[in-house]
Design a protein around this ligand. Structure first.
Ligand SMILES: [Zn+2]
Ligand SMILES: [Zn+2]
Length: 383
């Protein structure tokens, strides 16, 4: 289990939440790092100490590694920063669209500074590396092209900051030499021009122009970042399942994944995913998912359509070993439901993916033990 899932954030009252994927968190940390190293803000901004704190909390999350459905409780100031940084993405993108964005490159060796247009640099770099690139596409537009519309958070802004901060952009990576000393290493920073007074703004965060009062936030249509906790939890669960699928035995097939995904809500914790068979079949075509509130199965083989099903644990009245009930199957798992029906799985081979905090043994005995623990349970902690 890796931590490549993401994390939930919530307000103190828990009435609003936000899920950020790992990539978003990485970019958020990077962006915060850039601002912390040069905390210059044009216009009003929340307390910089809150940004320090948020950065520290994100570092701690990263260190903890394991994804946890327990959300990180954020202070109003931290949320204000998250919202502001989200807004900055849109502001920077809009300024780029208006051709008001430049990179300020400073030669690491001699200090010679030059202002470059990322569009030009991109075109030059493309020519130099002979890559087939659309020279009219700006650096930023390209970054926008591959970001996940579900998580349009900070990606573009952080990309610009990354290009700016670490010298790995086409502008700085070998594509340019210093006019004065022929050096090839540059420290760079994003510069924008104020749409109000055309002043050059070098701050790492632009909110309002100190010269003319221009409100940069006018460039960014307000979007609602925070939402209902169950929606955020749902997004987390989907990301967790997706991550689990990457190490799932033989892979989670497309329709199988769709069936499991469809059954998930924002009111449960994912526990485990394993592959098994059903009695009477030779192959192991079933993906069996355990959550805190239900079991869900989806069967897909090369030659058959996908079938799926499941039931809430509160409807499971007994868990037995089909082998011991003399039905002739190998050791397996039989789940007996309150309606009188039952569902039987077999051919567990000790391999599976633990999606929660607990280690699970995925042989038939371990899976039965897990099912017995969950049997009869109604919805737990998740809210
Ligand atoms: Zn130089
Ligand atoms: Zn201005």
């Amino acid at each position: 289990m890796t931590s490549a899932v993401g994390h939930l954030f919530t307000t103190e009252t828990g009435n609003e939440a936000l899920f950020l994927a790992t990539a978003d968190i990485a970019r958020l940390r990077e962006t915060i790092g850039t601002i912390r190293s040069r905390p210059e803000v044009a216009g009003p901004a929340p307390d910089i100490a809150a940004l320090e704190e948020l950065g520290q909390e994100l570092d701690d999350l990263e260190e903890a590694g394991r994804p946890s459905p327990a959300p990180l409780v954020t202070t109003p100031a931290a949320r204000a920063w998250i919202e502001l940084l989200h807004e900055q993405v849109r502001i920077i993108a809009e300024l780029d669209g208006q051709k008001r964005l430049r990179l300020h490159l400073t030669c690491s060796a001699c200090g010679n500074a030059v202002l470059v247009n990322p569009v030009d640099e991109q075109a030059k770099a493309a020519r130099r590396t002979q890559e087939r690139r659309d020279a009219t596409t700006s650096l930023l537009a390209e970054d926008f092209a591959d970001f996940d519309p579900d998580h349009p958070f900070l990606s573009a802004f952080a990309s610009v900051m990354r290009h700016a901060g670490q010298g790995d952009s086409p502008a700085a990576a070998g594509a340019r030499t210093c006019e004065s000393c022929r050096g090839t290493d540059f420290e760079s920073a994003v510069v924008v021009f104020c749409p109000g007074c055309r002043a050059r703004r070098t701050e790492t965060v632009v909110v309002a122009c100190p010269d003319c009062g221009y409100d940069f936030r006018l460039l960014a249509p307000k979007t609602e970042l925070w939402g209902a906790p169950d929606e955020a939890r749902h997004a987390f669960n989907l990301a967790l399942l997706s991550e689990g699928a990457s190490s799932f035995e033989s892979g989670l097939w497309r329709k199988q994944r769709a069936a499991l995904t469809e059954a998930l809500s924002g009111h449960e914790d994912l526990i485990a995913l394993c592959r098994c068979g059903i009695p009477g079949e030779v192959g192991r075509y079933v993906a069996l998912l355990f959550t805190s509130t239900q079991f869900v199965w989806a069967r897909e083989s090369l030659v058959s359509g996908t079938t799926s099903g499941g039931a809430p644990w509160r409807e499971v009245v007994a868990v037995t070993n089909p082998h011991s009930s003399a039905t002739g199957f190998t050791s397996g798992l039989a789940l007996h439901l309150s309606g009188g029906t039952s569902m039987t799985f077999n051919d567990f081979r000790g391999v599976g993916v633990a999606l929660g905090e607990h280690e699970i043994s995925f042989d038939a005995e371990g899976v039965r033990r897990l099912a017995k623990d969950l049997q009869g349970k109604t919805a737990i902690s998740a809210s």
